[in-house]
Design a binder for this molecule. Sequence first.
Ligand code: SF4
Length: 314
Amino acid sequence: MVSSIVYGPVPSRRLGRSLGINNIPPKICSYSCVYCQLGKTLRMEVEPRPFYKTARIAEQARAKLKQAREKVDYVTFVPDGEPTLDADLGEEIGVLKGQGVRVAVITNGSLLWREDIRQNLLKADWLSLKVDAVSEDTWRKVDRPHKLLKLEAILQGMLKFARMFKSELTTETMLVRDVNDDLGEIKRIAEFLAVLKPVKVYIAIPTRPPAEHVEPATEQTINAAYQVFKEKLDDVEYLIGYEGNAFARTGRVQDDLLSITSVHPMREDAVAEFLSNARTDWGTVQELIDNGSLMDLEYQGKKFYMRKLPGTFF
Ligand code: SF4
């Protein structure tokens, strides 16, 4: 049987209804991230090469788009490896866009020091870059890069790319406990992102079981990271495993509070205002704290409320 390169559409908080393109066989990557859900990188590579014929990808996408009952918002390159290792990526994006769809790419950004990769990615309508660390030792610990990669060149490549890219640039920073969640590193990442200027910055944690034993950063750290990022960046959101109901406003106070706090923490005064608008009181919040779905946290003398992280998977 010929395996399918195109899958979905699947719902995605960031992209709406997204048709996935798996343009890399499992699992070929330039990184072997400590939190990767795909298991160990089978082949560490840094030299782009062709994998599947562009016509085959285009044909499968066309068929899926035709079958889809609802509108597809994005066709997204999110493969079992690093999508930019596909030498034909630029051509594939061009052909898919010719089918009238918007194209997104979720990349680790490790090859952006190369001009050809920057050119390929410039064609995308939406891009997510991985920025887990900006210090050499932390980067090595969390992303475990191919031995030929150089962090400084990657960061410079990202900056160069960001200056040229006219579409939607976002970033994702995965915080892993005791690996890259030290406040000093989080501040350095924020400084880098402030220069990169993505339209949106996501703070993520591993939410599905990674192959190796790692733990997500704590709520305390995630809240601190949010506050540090917010000092330098306009649009910061969490990706902490509540994909389904985030942003869904139901009119039910407790559900809506949980929905908002799964995207970002709320300061005490914002919660007070929310409760007053909903004509209810702090008993509503206390109930959520008592049943373990919400928690309060201190940061620089202020109180914040955050949705508790989904149950640990260990
Ligand atoms: S870059 Fe992505 S696919 Fe590659 S190891 Fe990291 S998480 Fe896994």
